[in-house]
Design a protein around this ligand. Structure first.
Ligand code: NDP
Length: 255
């Protein structure tokens, strides 16, 4: 049996986290870094990434990259391998929100959400997977949502993306298991970040509904998702694959 520190250690791992410069992604980077991993933060805004890396110190790296530039995924993975080391954990966390009535959601807007959450995640997964297969070692995580689990009005494209992640985690997990890889999804409840502030500010009715169905009350903190990511990426979860883990103060089972 592994010792307690060994079970939760990410020492020797290289974790690439998309959207790692802010909010939930940064908290996952902080927690994985604290568990010993070398972390690679990816996003479009250089200034956010530089500031985030400065907060983490050693074993933290930033690469500006747009996940919707699918053709650039292989190049990013190759650069990270040569400058930092081969990626052993990929966190598909980058996301954008779109709150508007379904009938007003244009095809272009819908496509942009899918490109960021789903096709961006697939492009990177496809780029890192061959290396993980060759080394027979790798974990992949997705950041899902409560929209992965139940119906929420005014977020049709976001819901299509977040429910797709649940299926992708299952499908990848079965295809990659024989190669020593695990794939899981975390479904955060409502967590205090820039994204949730923008989605909820000025909408007291939606806020009241959220708090009313969250048995633990209030909103979660980004670090609540960070520690769940450490668990799922660590040897402690070595027999866990294909699951979606809600981290939501009970919102997904609340009455
Ligand atoms: P943030 O807005 O802080 O994080 C979104 C991150 O995604 C940013 O760092 C952003 O960086 C990055 N990003 C967006 N588009 C791209 C792109 N095309 N290429 C690369 N990076 C991109 O909000 P959160 O931390 O809340 O969101 C993180 C994830 O958590 C998202 O997937 C979100 O859907 C999910 N989530 C959030 C919940 C919440 O309550 N906050 C609840 C459930 C899920 P940049 O703009 O610099 O590119």
């Amino acid at each position: 049996m592994l010792s307690f520190p060994e079970a939760f250690s990410l020492r020797g791992e290289v974790a690439l986290i998309t959207g790692g410069g802010t909010g939930i992604g940064f908290a996952m980077a902080q927690a994985m870094h604290a568990a010993g991993a070398r972390v690679v933060l990816v996003g479009r805004r250089e200034a956010e990434l530089t500031a985030a890396v400065a907060k983490l110190g050693e074993r933290a790296h930033a690469f500006a990259h747009d996940v919707t530039d699918f053709a650039a995924a292989d190049g990013l993975v190759a650069r990270v391998a040569s400058e930092v080391g081969p990626i052993s954990c990929l966190v598909n966390n980058a996301g954008i929100h779109l709150k508007k009535p379904a009938v007003e959601t244009t095809t272009e807007e819908f496509q942009k959400v899918l490109n960021t959450h789903i096709l961006g995640a697939h492009a990177l997964t496809r780029a890192v997977a061959p290396g993980m297969m060759a080394r027979k070692h790798g974990t992949i995580l997705f950041t899902g949502s409560m929209a992965s689990i139940f119906g929420i009005p005014l977020v049709i494209a976001y819901t299509a993306a977040k429910t797709a992640m649940v299926g992708m985690a299952k499908a990848y997990s079965t295809e990659f298991a024989a190669h020593g890889m695990r794939v899981n999804c975390i479904a955060p409840g409502w967590i205090e970040t820039e994204m949730s502030r923008k989605a909820l500010d000025g909408d007291p009715a939606r806020k009241a509904k959220i708090f009313g169905r969250t048995p633990m009350g209030g909103m979660g903190q980004p670090e609540d998702i960070g520690w769940a990511a450490v668990y799922l990426a660590s040897p402690a979860a070595k027999f866990v694959t294909g699951v979606t883990l809600p981290v939501d103060g009970g919102a997904s089972v609340g009455f």
